[in-house]
Design a protein around this ligand. Sequence first.
Ligand SMILES: [Zn+2]
Length: 222
Amino acid sequence: MAEKQSKEENKKVDNEKAVEDETGGEAGTENVELPELGPFETITGQRMPPAFFKFQFKNVEYSSGRHKTFLCYSVEKEGTDCERSEGYVEDEHSGTHAENAFFTDVFWECDGSLSYSIIWYVSSSPCAACASKIAEYLSKCPNIQLTIFIARLFMWEEAEVQQGLRQMQSAGCRLRIMKAPEYNYCWNTYVDNEGEAFAPWEDLQDSSTLYEEKLNEILHHA
Ligand SMILES: [Zn+2]
């Protein structure tokens, strides 16, 4: 029931964005401070509505209707001062992917004299193209430690996708599956939960275990 509700919410948002695009086509070219959001542009924020989280991060095997990736991040900068920033990025699969948007919209400056600890919580694992870009980025920036917690594995049967995940691992990326503690953490950190506690769905644990086995198989495949 909650799922149906979130689907409707999503549809509503999509419609709103479509209207925005029809009416606001000329806006945004020179407005650097407040970019207009078109239908395929990236959305960034601090906290998302609970329905979005419950729907997008639900670790079901078949993710029909979820044509986007949500990426929650925490960036810790270690150097003279220790700074931390948190938020989320949301994409549409037909536009710039969230993983890429993170490096262009959120974390665009990497100071070589500092070290960074970055954690992502993603609704689905990266596609082959993003995986390859992430691996390349990490190889160039050894001062970044990236850990990714994944809710669902995206198209994990595909050889290219599997190879992408292994490539990321070889570049130093830690890949993990989200479990109850990560769901709780995300709920309390990135969701506008209005004081409500996270209510796990019935098969959260079983699905996590299943995805974890799958991921281990993929990563240890020679
Ligand atoms: Zn991608």
